[in-house]
Design a protein around this ligand. Structure first.
Ligand code: RIB
Length: 338
């Protein structure tokens, strides 16, 4: 690991000057500061904010990086992780990538600087580049809500293909054939897998994949759901059923359709995904595919704690895939015999 003395030697300055460049840059002449920063970048020096922790042993902080902190689904995942961490005297630092690869990379740098014990991550960067760079720091990673090969790392996810099948099979059984899938960005594996499952349900019923219309939105939140709802209203013929990649999208769609006088489920049946607490509390209680979010967070933290604790030597990466469950409520309950 590159140390502060290596940087000082290469930059031909004192250790104190390097420390000032990092902590009090205003005290260092600009040309010196730039020369030191260039050496830091070239050597890949990572300042260790927690050097004391390194000398005294491991950090007691686990970092959890989620895609959208405002989404109650991730709060539930974080609760599970936090309970597992607390049970072993550790803490969880919750951070938000906001679906941004750039923000993901910034947080991974922060985690490396602070030498956290390990990282639970829901990747935002489809290229995986920032995670590959992060691996050089030797800090264990566990993927959450994403399945990866066991050779690479531990992962805990939910079978989203089955989840998509449960949602659309239910709508087909209610008599719907004009179904639209509203997804978030399709570079997210969650959105891809849910669509795959939806297509599998159509195939089971002997229907072509073209029977599933698809609206892709950039964000998996309520405003994006409202926008998607406006796009649904413009479709002709209008779908009689809508499957949304998560509950926040579905709640946004519900708000727009309801405001336009569209009856849910009589005119349009609606199914979400996650079964967050607000699904049951919606104006028209939302049918949703429940993910065991708390269990997912707890299982991921347990794997990371084993990999970074006393059991590290015997640790073998595991891939845990949990099963979703369909919860039927008023938003899709009526049969459609159109
Ligand atoms: O992050 C977007 C969605 O993917 C969440 O709502 C949850 O469903 C996750 O799996």
């Amino acid at each position: 690991m590159v140390g502060i003395k290596d940087v000082a030697r290469q930059a031909k300055v004192s250790v104190g000057t390097v420390s000032n460049v990092i902590n009090r840059p205003e005290m260092v002449a600009e040309k010196t500061r730039e020369r030191v920063l260039a050496v830091i970048d070239r050597l890949g020096y990572v300042r260790s904010e927690s050097a004391r922790q390194l000398r005294a042993g491991r950090s007691r902080i686990i970092a959890l990086l989620v895609l959208d902190m405002a989404n109650p689904f991730f709060a539930e995942v974080a609760s599970g992780a936090e309970r597992a961490a607390r049970a072993t005297g550790l803490g969880v630092m919750l951070c938000n990538s906001a679906q941004s690869p750039t923000e993901e990379a910034d947080y991974l740098s922060l985690f490396a600087e602070h030498r956290v014990r390990g990282v639970l991550i829901m990747p935002a960067d489809p290229t995986g580049r920032s995670l590959e760079n992060f691996r050089r720091h030797g800090i264990p990673l566990v993927y959450v809500d994403r399945e990866v090969p066991r050779a690479e790392a531990c992962s805990v996810s939910v079978d989203d293909v089955t989840g998509g099948t449960l949602a659309v099979r239910h709508l087909l059984e209610c008599g719907h054939h004009g179904i639209t899938y509203i997804s978030g960005p399709m570079h997210l594996a969650q959105c891809q897998d849910r669509r795959t499952g939806a297509l599998n349900a159509l195939a089971e019923a002997g229907l072509p994949g073209s029977a599933l219309r698809h609206i892709e939105v950039e964000r998996l939140d309520v405003p994006a759901g409202r926008d998607a709802g406006a796009r649904l209203l413009a479709l002709s013929p209008r779908p009689t059923a809508v499957f949304c990649a998560n509950d926040l999208l579905a709640l946004g769609v519900l708000q727009t359709l309801y405001g336009a006088g569209v009856r849910i489920p009589e005119d349009v049946a609606l199914v979400g995904y996650d079964d967050i607490e607000f699904a049951a509390a919606a104006a028209v209680p939302l049918t949703s595919v429940r993910q065991p979010a708390f269990r997912m967070g707890r299982a991921a933290a347990d794997l990371l704690i084993e990999e970074t604790g006393g059991g590290a030597e015997e640790h073998e990466h595991q891939r845990i895939v949990l099963q979703p469950e369909l919860v039927v409520r008023e938003s899709s309950r009526v049969s459609h015999r159109g």
